[in-house]
Write a protein that binds this ligand. Sequence first.
Ligand code: SF4
Length: 452
Amino acid sequence: MQDRDFNEECAVVGIFGRADASKLAYYSLFSMQHRGQEATGITTSDGERLHTIKDRGLVTSVFDDDTLKKKLPGYISIGHNRYSTAGDDSILDAQPVYARYDLGEMAIVHNGNLTNAMQIRSELIKKGAIFQTFMDTENLIHLIAKSNATNLTDRIIDAIKKTEGAFSFVFASRSKMYAARDPYGFRPLSLGKFKNGGYIVASETCAFDLVGAQFVRDVNPGEMLIFRDNQEPKSIQISSANPKHCIFEYVYFARPDSEVFGKSVYHLRKNMGSQLAKIKPVEADMVVPVPDGGVPAAIGYSQESGIPYEMAIMRNHYVGRTFIEPTQEIRDLKVKMKLSPIKEMIEGKRLVVIDDSIVRGTTSRKIVRMLKEAGAKEVHMRISSPPTTDPCFYGVDTPDKDELIASRMDLEEICTYIGADSLAYLSDDALIDSVGGEDHYCTACFTGKYIV
Ligand code: SF4
């Protein structure tokens, strides 16, 4: 999936009990940049007040050493990488969301999408609340500020109980940090520990590896962890767990070196490829991934089928914007800027091309055309997930249903549209088998069976 049609739903991190909290948040956010490139932000607490820096842009462009040292002091930090899902892409909608209220100060970061956000917002507005942003995350701030409970912990619990949908939240006050996950556990959130003291929570464990933290466990669905000075994290089960983890994390979103929902993403993506080879074999000379998403599945396909694996499509990681409209001569400019075939490798060859998904179909069509123009004899597309037929309402930015090619065309029509010699997807059952066979996954974008 090269056209980013399904966009990652943001990354969150929280660091507690570390003198270098802002730096650790920075490196964690850097490792999770793939989950959001629109804006980034960090809030720290030095025990007396909260400090926030956020802006549009990448982690490395928003923060420098001086900012982290001088403007973000403290032993607690929370951070966020944003890809706009709810709200818009203005700086106002960058996170953390900060507020002063009657008990002091707080800041919050959120990964997910609250399905009853509009209803809560209009109730709050009727009662006189004024909102600064379009983000559903701001609802939480209002619910916490308006709660009748006398301490922040109980107010957060009150607010979370009124909230439906997908969320992994991290809150910071002057002296505490909180990490909470919705009862379905749609979005990932893991707990880690530093050897010489202190804790981390993050959307993906690849953050732990970079900052030298050990994975402890996932924050459980429906659970909230409270981090206080000189104490182990305290667990409160706010609502009973009914796990429905986002299976698309395994297909596409998460980094292959992360463990998500307790399993290695790389390993599962390879499984998807080998399942695909078993159920959708084809005679070919080489297996070629669409980089980067198709790489682990292509390795799995190659190992299972015995067809040699070749990196015959190279990806340019430094692609900027296109400033000219492609003419006929330089058609498909955007795709060609990102991907280019190694001609002498593929000339006259029959290729099995592995990608993680087809969303609108336009990119697959361009890739097939590019490979054929480069001399491929046959192009057989194999997709390591089922057809994406439905949009996501749980924190992933997706096109509308009628823009999803698989919602309006059958297999043969899609194959004709993209110009491939054959096309096959992984089945729903084979996808579930590839990730371990359990039924605790959300598969709504493949099946239309929505949980909330
Ligand atoms: Fe993930 Fe798809 Fe479910 Fe959204 S609908 S949470 S992308 S599996």
